[in-house]
Design a protein around this ligand. Structure first.
Ligand code: SF4
Length: 718
């Protein structure tokens, strides 16, 4: 029995992995403060994929796009990839090769992938799917606090609060064990849908605010207005610990609750009630404001996250024990994945790639001249959009991601992937992206490898190996090392051993904002709670220097120690419903599936529970558009179409439909979503797309999502 952590979301529930009858493996919950002995159904069933017949166990290669992928040996596959990369770089320069990473990769993989891109490939063109996840909250957190860590406090602190506001987060479905920490506080849930979390809030005497999609900024401004108008702003805190309040307040002045009601559709009385509940809790037992993707995945997501942070600052929450602001990170290593260099503008330790001192420090650890490290690249969607275009990458290496399903305007992205000269995908199943590739490299899964993950509270965790990968499978680190060697880099620069990579990562992050230098294998093994920054060194004559479970208690990370208010104004979504597209589509996750579903759609219990895409529609809206319960509907936006079964819900908004994004083929919700980008975070507008909906015949069998035990191409990212 091996103690490790769940392969899926950022809660990183602890689990034991153990052999089960019939050569299979099973996952069982383990005691850990975050999950307190609980797992969701995804965690319980995670081990099923370890022995799944869909596992890839040999590299696949095709020499032209009209040919079938055929099994080859590793040397043939890696020699082919390295040869093509060398030729493309010689003909078109190093930026002709792009790299697309993932918030699901371990810290060690994220680190080595960033180093591989910059040194072995010499390219600036690296970004990752975390750009589609937490980047707006990251940008807002950095500008407000000078540092971004999803939750700057342990998740266990939440249960002591009197009130928690959840803006655009649905943990009752996406990370159910988190609800155990939210059972005592009164919940205020901001979501256009009556989600399971919103219903739980209402059932327990909380509040559900259901704004029109894309009006969250106005709602946050209305709450700030209502809180101060009721005398609940913490003026002493604002004076002592922040700057910029007056200019931010000027933006909130016009947003009296009746004005907010006109724009958001949320009743003025509810705005006042919510502001009072939060403000009184701030003065009482404590309050938290937490944001999720619903608030952040917009072309104005950074400003919306800033609006929620402004509210939290005005109430005096951040940097106080028992209160705070946080972002609920989504992907398993969404936190660590954004800290160690696979983001276009970052070097390890959350260092800025444009900072000369940061470049020097990292270059010294890498043993290169700072000038050898390329400058900033372009964001994830821009990278995908540029594939095969003049001046854009002609080759793409994908690790742990499936942009053919998970990127916005996914049909367009599939066209761009097809426009490359070389597409290489490392994955353990044949995802939609892998099915388009020239070379597919079969890699190990979570329970077959060592490494570290950083959960949503910035706590670094040990991922332990429970079993060997199947014969023919290599780890991502071995793949990177093998390619780097073939590109002429010395073996010592790209070790394939996770412990060696962690040692280098610790050195590269020493003194950085996300300092991992004190995170030793021994401390991890001992189960110490190591939230970064965790600097190396010892207390005088005593134990190792402490890690940092709670940030900002003494001051914020700006030079003057004060948090920054950011003046933000409401602006409408990039695309409004209108003629031809009268409804708003918003998308999200469900209980049974994870991201684009490569893993969860193959797991029998999960696939049976939620076998295909569905669309949630109000009965009146359904009647108006000729839809019937459980019938099929075609949704169409300006970018594409999808098919989904109709689910009628009386609690749905009449102007909005909802579809999960876990499915591929004809049921790909992201074929409809809008790639309009946030000007700061470069986050696409996943949450608002203008659509029309109409009855449709059932999808053809080949267009349906693949069954759990298919041996053909299926969908989803890791
Ligand atoms: S998916 Fe998330 S909530 Fe569910 S068991 Fe895994 S880590 Fe826990």
């Amino acid at each position: 029995m091996t103690r490790t952590h769940c392969p899926y979301c950022a809660l990183q529930c602890a689990m034991h992995v153990e052999p089960a009858p019939g050569g299979r493996w099973a996952a069982r919950p383990a005691d850990f403060p975050v999950n307190r002995g609980g797992l969701c159904r995804k965690g319980w069933t995670a081990a099923e994929l370890l022995t799944h017949p869909d596992r890839l166990t040999a590299p696949l290669l095709r020499t032209d796009r009209t040919a079938e992928l055929r099994p080859v040996d590793w040397d043939t596959a890696l020699d082919h990839v390295a040869g093509r990369l060398r030729a493309l770089r010689a003909d078109h320069g190093p930026d002709a090769v792009g790299v697309f990473g993932s918030g699901g990769l371990t810290n060690e993989k994220s680190y080595l992938l960033g180093k591989f891109a910059r040194l072995a490939l010499g390219t600036s063109r690296i970004d990752y799917n975390g750009r589609f996840c937490m980047s707006s909250a990251t940008a807002a957190g950095n500008r407000a606090f000078g540092l971004d860590r999803g939750l700057p406090f342990p998740v266990t602190d939440l249960s002591g609060a009197e009130t928690v506001l959840l803006a655009g987060a649905n943990p009752a479905e996406t990370m159910p064990p988190l609800m155990g920490h939210l059972s005592a506080p009164r919940l205020i849930v901001v979501d256009p849908r009556r989600t399971a979390t919103a219903q739980a809030a209402l059932d327990a005497g909380g509040i559900h605010l259901a704004p029109r999609p894309g009006t969250d900024t106005a709602l946050a401004l209305g709450l700030l207005h209502a809180a101060r108008a009721q005398g609940l702003a913490d003026e002493d805190y604002i004076r002592a610990r922040t700057t910029g309040f007056e200019t931010a307040w000027e933006q909130a002045v016009p947003w009296w609750p009746e004005h907010a009601e006109q724009v958001t559709g949320v009743g003025a009385h509810l705005v006042r009630d919510a502001a009072r509940a939060l403000g009184e809790a701030a003065r009482g037992q404590g309050a938290y404001v937490l944001t999720g993707r619903g608030a952040e995945q917009h072309a104005k997501g950074t400003d919306t996250a800033s609006a929620w942070i402004n509210l939290a600052l005005a109430l005096g929450l951040p940097g106080r024990r028992g209160s705070g602001y946080g972002c609920l990170t989504g992907q398993g290593n969404g936190q660590g994945g954004r800290e160690h260099g696979q983001k276009a503008d970052q070097l390890p330790g959350y260092r800025k790639i444009t900072d000369p001192a940061a470049r020097e420090q990292v270059a010294a650890v890498w043993g290169v001249d700072p000038a050898d490290i390329p400058g900033p690249g372009i964001s994830a969607y821009e990278l995908l959009e540029a594939l095969g275009a003049p001046g854009g990458p002609r080759a793409l290496l994908v690790f742990g991601s499936n942009p053919a399903v998970s990127a916005p305007a996914a049909a367009r992205v599939r066209d761009r992937l097809a426009a490359t000269d070389l597409l290489v995908v490392a994955d353990f199943v044949l995802s939609e992206t892998a099915a388009l590739a020239d070379v597919v490299l079969p890699v190990a899964q979570w329970a077959e490898e060592e490494g570290t993950m950083t959960n949503l509270e910035g706590r670094v965790l040990r991922r332990r190996k429970a079993l060997d990968p199947p014969p023919g499978v290599r780890t991502d680190l071995e793949v990177i090392a093998g390619l780097a060697a073939r590109l002429g880099r010395p073996a010592r620069e790209f070790p394939a051993d996770a412990g060696t990579v962690l040692a280098e990562l610790r050195a590269a992050t020493a003194g950085a904002p996300a300092d991992y230098s004190g995170i030793t294998p021994e401390r991890l093994e001992a189960g110490e709670a190591l939230h970064w920054p965790a600097p190396a060194g010892r207390t005088p004559g005593g134990p190792p220097a402490p890690a940092t479970p709670r940030l900002f208690l003494e001051g914020f990370a700006h030079p003057d120690g004060r948090a920054r208010f950011t003046p933000v104004a409401h602006r409408p979504p990039a695309e409004q419903p209108g003629e031809g597209f009268p409804l708003v589509l918003t998308t999200g996750r469900t209980m049974g599936h994870y991201q684009s579903g490569a893993q969860t759609r193959r797991i029998g219990e999960l696939a049976e529970a939620e076998p295909g895409a569905w669309v949630e529609v109000h009965p009146d809206t359904a009647a108006e558009h000729g839809l019937s319960a459980r019938g099929w509907a075609r949704l169409t936006s300006r970018r594409g179409t999808m098919l989904a079964r109709v689910r009628l819900r009386r609690t749905a908004r009449r102007d909005t439909v909802f579809a999960p994004f876990h499915y591929g083929g004809a049921q790909t919700a992201n074929d409809l979503t809008n790639p309009a980008l946030d000007p700061v975070s470069r986050m696409p507008e996943f949450k608002v797309a203008a659509v029309r909906i109409e009855p449709a015949p059932p999808p053809a069998p080949e267009a349906a999502p693949h069954p759990a035990r298919s041996t053909g191409p299926t969908g989803g990212s890791r």
